[in-house]
Each structure stands twice: as C-alpha cells, then as structure tokens.
Design a protein. Structure first.
Length: 394
C-alpha cells in the first residue's frame, strides 16, 4: 500500500420496513498476497429471508470468483446457473456490484442490474467509460453486464448502492421515477462540498438516511449504500512489552519518540522503560472507568498509556465483536479501540522479554503471552476491519 493513500470502505443498510432480515448483502475482503481489496454488494429479489439467501449466495460467489481473477462474463454465468429458482416467480435473480481495488493500481468495477456505481473527484461526479458485456450463454442470452476501470487519485470517492436507494421516493411529486443517479450524484456532491473530509461510513449513512426520508421514513425496499474513500492514512503505534535484550531499550525509545502518528504504550514495564530512556514523567490516574482493568496513566508525547496483557486481551474481545453501532466507553480498553478505529496504518511493536507474572498457573489460560494477544489483535484488524498492519518483535 502506498504510504500516501489509504482505502477506507464502509457500508450502511436499512431493512425493508416490514422485515427483520436484510435482502441486500455486502461483503469485503483483503487479499494480502495480491495487494487487493474486493467489495461486493448483492441485492436479492424481493426482501426478507429468500432475498437474503439469494444475495448471500451471489455475493459469496462473486467475491470468490473475483479473487480467482475469473472473467466478468464467466462470473455472471456461474452465478446465474447456481442460484436456486424462486418458488413464486420461477426465476433465480440477484443483482451484484463488484469493486476490485488493486492497492497502488487500478480500480475495476463489474455491475449487473444494480444502480451504476458513482465516482467523485474533487467532489464532482467523474464520467466513466463503461464497457457493455453481452452474456453469450443461450440460457442467459440478452442479459448484460457493465465493466469499467480507472486509476484512483487521492481524495477520490466511489459510492454504490442497491435499488432501495435509487428507487426511493418513486411515485412522489418530487421523484416520480425514483431518486435516480443524477439526483443521488447531486446530493453527494453537496454533502462533499459542505465537508469534503467526511468519513466513508458517514457519507454512506447520509445517503441511506436521505433515501429513507424520500420514502416518508418507511423504506419500501432494503436500502444499502457502500462508500469508498481514498485518503491519506492516519498512523498509530502500539508498543507492548520490553525488548528481550536490554541493549535494545534505547532503540525502542527512539522509535516511540520519532514516530509520526499517535502512540499507545501498553504495559507497566514498557511504560517505565520509555519514561526512563526519554526522561519523561509518568502520572498515574485514580479514575476507574472499568472494574476489570487498572486505570490509564499519562506521559508527555504519548496519546494513551495502559496496563498490558489484561487490557490488550479485552481490546481483542471488543474488536472481535464490534459492530457499526459500537460507541467506546471511558475504560482503558475502549480508549485503545477508539484510537485504533480512528487509525488506518497500525504499527505494533511487541517486546519479547518474558514477564514472569504471566507464568503463574493460576492466571486464566486465555491470558497468553503478549505476542499471542498482539497477533490476535493484528489478525482481526487486518481481516475484519481491513486495517494496514505491521507487527515487529523486538
């Protein structure tokens, strides 16, 4: 990933007003070895459980086949052939949009019957040259896909959505044919002009909320919006544990001092080491916001100072179960998670000196050595939240 470009992807969805299950399905995956991120949105016919099954099958197949670099028309043919037939309509049907992002390279967009993806540059819609692909299989003759590619620039946006957005307001005086692409583009341009650093998630949320408002706050279809934002990365350093050799203490302190980003120190021994090497004062807090964890401490130039293994173990648990409605509390683990969620490039340095306190057989088995906990955190950040992670052992 280029040092000056980070790809932020987020989604917002609201169900059809009578359904508890969304008939739109959004999936995303980072393919680390290929330096790619793939995002897929599928809209199953109708709404509810049947629609969700169709969309789940479609999005999963589209994602897996795109990972394998299959040709667009082949992806569509396999999907159409595999989908179960709807018992009511006697057809199998689900739309999809696949956005294949080559990190440091091109963006490829494959679409089948979803509203066209929109790209914004300098807050204005960017015209894309779309290639129409006619499906050749006799069983699906007449069906068309569109395919386009472009090279993204810093601050570009991609927004794609389901019919619930594009058809919202249909039949009203204002939008007799629905909230069509031109209206959506004008709305998004206005949002970007009023605050061009809006996050991907917040932009998607605004689009979905506006679509629901178009339907008088009673959505007539599952309503989904996915937003992609190419921006400068926000960096975070997480240091836990002293180095295995004391001769490396000075090196670790130097890394912390010169790091260009926010900084977290997790662990009492690590905190003492940094304070000693950099001649800084540590101030302890007596505010207990989490009964399970010791309170945070303060050190000049460090954004957050916490206890080590217990705190990081809770951080991992929070991240594993996190959802879009998560709101961080005031406890140490929540504050670590808050800084992580606000960051894109997260550099983790793990000191490998053994802490004798954690060799006690009475310590719960899930409180493993810091290297394991740090690895778990790195894994969930990379695969679930698509953060750019480096881990270094010292």
């Amino acid at each position: 990933m280029a040092d000056n470009l980070y790809i932020e992807i987020d989604a917002r969805q609201i169900n059809h007003n009578e359904e508890k299950i969304c008939g739109d399905v959004f999936l995303k995956k980072r393919i680390k070895e290929d330096k790619r991120i793939i995002a897929v949105l599928s809209d199953g016919m109708g709404h509810g459980v049947k629609a969700n099954v169709l969309a789940t099958l479609t999005s999963t197949m589209a994602l897996n086949f795109t990972v394998e670099h299959r040709k667009p028309e082949r992806i569509a043919e396999i999907i159409m052939k595999t989908l179960p037939v709807c018992s009511e309509r006697q057809i199998s049907y689900a739309t999809f949009t696949v956005v294949d992002l080559e990190i440091d390279g091109k963006v490829h967009i494959l679409e089948y019957d979803n509203p066209p993806a929109m790209v914004f540059r300098k807050n204005k819609p960017l015209a894309l040259n779309r290639e129409v692909i006619q499906m050749k299989n006799p069983q699906h003759q007449g069906k068309k896909l569109t395919f386009t590619s472009f090279y993204p620039k810093l601050y570009d946006r991609i927004v794609f959505c389901s019919d619930g957005v594009a058809q919202s307001g249909m039949g009203t005086d204002k939008f007799p044919f629905g909230w069509e692409t031109s209206h959506i583009e004008n709305y998004i341009s206005g949002v970007l002009e009023s605050g061009d650093d809006i996050s991907a998630g917040r932009l998607a949320e605004k689009v979905v909320n506006k679509a629901v408002a178009n339907d008088a706050y009673s959505p007539k279809d599952d309503t989904s919006c996915i937003s992609v934002y190419f921006r400068e990365p926000r960096k975070l350093l997480l240091v836990t544990g002293p180095p295995i050799n004391r001769s490396s203490d000075e090196e670790l302190a130097s890394i912390v001092k010169n790091y260009n980003g926010k900084k977290i120190i997790s662990g009492g021994s690590t905190t003492d080491l940094i304070a000693r090497e950099l001649k800084l004062r540590v101030t302890d807090s007596l505010d207990f916001f989490d009964n399970e964890l010791p309170p945070i401490s303060y050190m000049d130039g460090i954004d957050l100072v916490t206890e080590g293994i217990l705190t990081l173990n809770k951080v991992w648990k929070i991240l594993t179960n996190i959802g879009i409605d998560y709101k961080p509390g005031k406890g140490p683990a929540d504050q670590v998670v808050k800084l992580i969620l606000e960051s894109d490039h997260i550099d983790i340095i793990v000191g490998t000196k053994i802490n004798e306190a954690h060799q006690d057989p009475n310590v719960p088995v899930d409180l493993e050595i810091r290297r394991t906990i740090a690895g778990r955190i790195a894994d969930v950040l990379e695969n679930k939240l698509l953060k750019h992670i480096t881990v270094r052992h010292i």
